[in-house]
Design a protein around this ligand. Sequence first.
Ligand SMILES: [Zn+2]
Length: 213
Amino acid sequence: MTTATPPHRIPYRANLWALRSLGVRQVLAPSAVGSLKAEHGPGAIVVPDQLVDRTSGRVQTYYDAGGAVHVSFADPYCPTGRAVAVSAARSGGWDIVDGGTLVVIEGPRFSTRAESQWFARNGWTIVGMTGFPEAVLARELALCYTSLSLVTDHDAGVEAGEGVTHEEVLRFFATNVTKMRSLVADAVEALPQERTCACGSALDGIKLPFDLP
Ligand SMILES: [Zn+2]
């Protein structure tokens, strides 16, 4: 999401820890992304089911000392949260894409044309700067995590894409932010009170070096 803090400086660990400390267990994460597919243009909402990490230098674990903790991350997103988000977006009349791969780049610069073409050739769907390490940190705290990715433009490597500018992204996001807020509110309303997904068991059988809040 567009913010005063650049994406590579967001305190991801502190944010997720704070949510968990407040009793939050299900996280919906709206963000602005570029599309790597000609058919998904500005205004589409992608609810990805896969993620590729192309960041560098971001701390991506809570467990750096006191023993190794290896969480499963084969499926990085909560299946229940995804289904709820897709259904809420559909009801809200959004152009919704159920599934896809989000590649998270380090930023703050946008991709080169060659990088973007490479991402597209790999079959990846959207590119952003904020979805990682947030997703894995949520898993490390046994939280449900769902990405709601709003396409603001076509990335540089897509046929329809001329290359992205900062101004374009901000302008597009600003015109959609109210609509996005109401989508998040609808999705929150539709989330189950009790979790039946596996996210809450992510740390079962693992010896943690400290207690979680
Ligand atoms: Zn879950």
